[in-house]
Ligand binder design. Structure first.
Ligand code: TYD
Length: 139
């Protein structure tokens, strides 16, 4: 099955450790399996808030906890997995056609997302039932 939870994984990014601080970098197509066309970030997330609650038809993403921590729950309709992100040198790669929910944001956390394409509302499934039927039809 293409684009299942199996394809999603934690990617350890390069880290240049120096006494004057750490540096991490991400090269599209090199450290992550897509070219980067958009960057966005979530911040000032109030305690108890949930983000996500949708799937993308074609978008690839890398999710990084730049500061603080939060959880990402990935669901491909067959299986669900919770990832706790709390290091800025780990990214969670999310392939297309995966339902995701983000919660458990620590105070002051920043969630950075690298995305393979520009924002397009038509790339979203925002209803879980619609997402599941779309998945069933590509089985
Ligand atoms: P959404 O993707 O639902 O946020 P999240 O998954 O973090 O909960 O987007 C929230 C709103 O922001 C929605 O109205 C679309 C808009 N938006 C953009 O205009 N551009 C973007 O790049 C993103 C990610 C969202």
């Amino acid at each position: 099955m293409p684009f299942s939870l199996q394809a999603c994984r934690i990617i350890e990014l390069p880290k240049i450790h120096e006494p004057r601080g750490n540096l991490t970098f991400v090269e599209g197509g090199n450290h992550i399996p897509f070219d980067i066309r958009r960057v966005y970030y979530l911040y000032d997330v109030p305690g108890g808030a949930e983000r996500g609650g949708h799937a993308h038809k074609a978008l690839h993403q890398l999710i990084v906890a730049m500061s603080g921590s939060f959880d990402v729950v990935l669901d491909d309709g067959d299986e669900k997995k919770r990832f706790h992100l709390n290091r800025s040198y780990y990214g969670l790669y999310v392939c297309p056609m995966i339902w995701r929910e983000l919660d458990n944001f620590s105070s002051g956390s920043v969630c950075l997302v690298l995305a393979s394409n520009l924002y397009e509302e038509s790339d979203y499934y925002r209803e879980y039932d619609e997402y599941i039927s779309a998945r069933t039809s590509i089985r």
